[in-house]
Design a protein around this ligand. Sequence first.
Ligand SMILES: Nc1nc2c(ncn2[C@@H]2O[C@H](COP(=O)(O)OP(=O)(O)OP(=O)(O)O)[C@@H](O)[C@H]2O)c(=O)[nH]1
Length: 681
Amino acid sequence: MRVTPLPGAAVALDPDGSRRHALLLRFELPAQSGGPGWAVRLERSALEQVWVERGDWRSPPQGFFEPGEDAGVLPSSFLFALPAHWHGAVELELHAVGGGRRPLRPQVMEQARAMELEQYGVAASATIYACLFTIGLLALALYSAARDLLFLGLFGLTLAALLALSAVNGHLYQMPGLRLFAHWGGQGAVALTLLLCAACLQMLLRFVEMRQGRVAWKRWVDGMSLAVATLAGVCLLNLPALAQPMLKFQVVPYALSLLLGVAMLVDGGRRRIAMAWPLATLALFTLAGVVLGELASRGHVVDTLVVRYGSQLSVALCVAILAVGLLGRISEYRHQRDRELLARADTERRMARETARSGLATELQSQLRSLPPAEMQTTAFRLLVDRLLPLLPVQSCVVAVQGYHGVDLVLAEPSRLLLSVHPELARRQLALRRLAAQGVPQQQPVTDPAQPAIVAMEAVVPMQIRAPAWGVLLLRRAGGDGFSTDELSLAGEFLQLAVQQIDQAVAANNLRRSAELDALTGSLNRRTIDQWLARCFGEAARDSQPVSVLFIDLDHFKAVNDRHGHAGGDFCLRHVAVALRGALEEGDLFGRYGGEEFIAILPGRNGAAARMAAENLRMAVENLRPVWNGQPLRLTVSVGVATRLPSEDTPEGALARADRALYSAKSHGRNCVQVAPAVFS
Ligand SMILES: Nc1nc2c(ncn2[C@@H]2O[C@H](COP(=O)(O)OP(=O)(O)OP(=O)(O)O)[C@@H](O)[C@H]2O)c(=O)[nH]1
C-alpha cells in the first residue's frame, strides 16, 4: 500500500514557538476497514503541543515539554493512532504549537511498524542513558577511592551529558523534579548542550594534560569553554528575541567545540596518550552527526533517527572511552603509591640503620672506656652482633679475630655454635685470612655433601685492621638467596665502627696508662701514687682497716751513678723496680716516689705484716745480681715502714712517719727495715 504525504506536509515551524500551524494531510488507507491499525507518526521535536483532528474526531494533544501520561517511557516520536474504522482516502488536519528547528515530516504507517520504530528509539535511548549512568557511578566510586578531582570532573561530565541528551530527546521533562527545565523550553536544551560542550572540552584538556603537563591548546580550550558557557548562560536568560538566532546558529559553537576537541585529541594521539585516537574518531563521528542534523534542519532528507541516536551514542562512547583513559590514572596512582611506600620503607630502613649505628657508637664509647684492654674486644664485638642482627636477619653470625691488639677471639651467635665453629675456623684459617686481606665483603655458597642444592650463603666481611692481625665477620643465611650489597655494606660499616672504637679505646687506655706510669721503671708515678694514697687511706678510715706505707730507698746510689754512669744507674733502677714489684702481694700498690726512692702501699696490713713485707722487699733487692757491662752489681735498699693510726683518714702523717723510719734505717747502717713507732719522740 502506498502512503503519499501531500505537498506542504514538510513544513518548517516558527522557532519562537508562538505560532500555531495547521496542515492538511491527505493519504489513502486500505479501502476495507478492519485490517491492521494505522497511525500518524511525527518525530519528536520541541513542539509545545501537537494533535490531529478530522471533523468531530480529535486526538489527545501531545507536547515535548509536557509529555502526557500516554507518551510512554522514553518516547522517540509523537504517535497518533487513527480510528480503526477509517478507510479509503483520508484528509486530516495536523495542528502544532511552538517551534523547532526541523521541518515536520508526518508519516502514516501501520501501528505495528510505528511501535517497532518506537521500540528502537526506546532501546537506543535506554542504552545511552544506562551507559552514562554507569560511568557516572563508576566516576563517583573512583573519586571516593582515589580522591582525585578528575574523577569528580568525569562525574560532572556524565551528569551534563545525561541532562543534555535527555533534554534534546524530550525525556528530561518526564522526570519529576527535572520538569522545571521545561520553563526554558528549547533554549534550555540548547543551554544544556552548550554546557556539555564546555564540560567535554575541559575534560579532554585534563585528559591530554595528564601525561604531558600543560598543553599548547590550553588557552584556546579555556577561551572556547568560557565562550560556550557564557552562551549557555545567555540561553538561560530565556530572551524571546534570542530564541530564533540561538536555534539557528547553535550548530556553530557545537561544531567549533568538537573541532577543537578533535584537534586536541589528534595532538594527544601523536604524543602517545592512551585512548586519544579512539576518542578523536568518536568526536569526529559526533561532529558528523551535528553536521547531518544541521543538513536535516535545512530540509535535506536524512535518516534523522539514525543521525540523532548515532551521534548521541558516540557522545556516550566518548565519555566511556574517556573513563577508560582516566583509569590509567589509577595505575599511575598505584605506581606512585608503590614508589612512595618504597621510599618510606627505605627512609625507615635508613633511620633504623642510623639509629642502630649511633646507638652502637654510643654504647661502644661508653662501655669500652671503663673496660680493661683484655675485655674490650669481646664487649665491642658482642655489642656489634647485638645491634647488627635485628637489622640483618641471619642463621648464624661468627666474629673471628687473630692478633688484634694482641688478642685472639671467636664469638658466635647463637653461642651453642661456638664448639663447632672452632674446628671449622682452624680448618679454614688460611682461606679466611686471604679473604680478610682482600678487604672487600664477599659471599659464597655453603654446600652440604649430602645435598645437591646450596644449603646457605655465607658472607665474609673483613675487618680493616693492620696485618699480621686479621679478623672477619661471617654471616650465614639459609637458602641460596644470599645478601644484598646494601646488607653487606651495613655489616662492613658496623664492623668498621667497632674496630674504630676498639682502636680508639686501646689508644686512650695506652695514653692513660702512660700518664699514670713512670717512664723509666714502668711503675706508678708520683702523681698516681698520691691519688692512690688518698683513696686507700680514705677507704681504710671508712672501713676501720689498717693500711701501711713503705718508703724504699736505694743505698749509696750516688756511688753507683758515679761508678757506672747515669745509664748504669737507670739500669739498676729498672731492675730494682722489677724485683720490688715481684716481691709484693696482689692488691699492693707500688710506685716510684722520686729519684732512687720507691713507695709501696699495703692495704689491710698493719705494722707486723708490713715489716715482713718490707723485709721481703729488702731481701729481694739484696739477692738481686744485675750485670752491667759484664760486672755483677750489688744493690741494697733501706726501708721505712709506717701504719695508719686509727684517727687518720689522710696519708700525710703516715708518710712523714715512714720517711722518718727510712731516715732511721739509713742511720742504722742501711740495708735494713725500720718500722715507725706511732709517735716519734
Ligand atoms: N741514674 C740515675 N740516678 C738518679 C736518678 N734520680 C736520682 N739519681 C741519683 O741518685 C743519687 C741520690 O744520691 P743521694 O741522695 O746522695 O743518696 P745516696 O747516694 O743513695 O746515699 P743514701 O741515700 O744516703 O744511701 C743522686 O746521685 C742522683 O743523681 C735517676 O733517675 N737515674
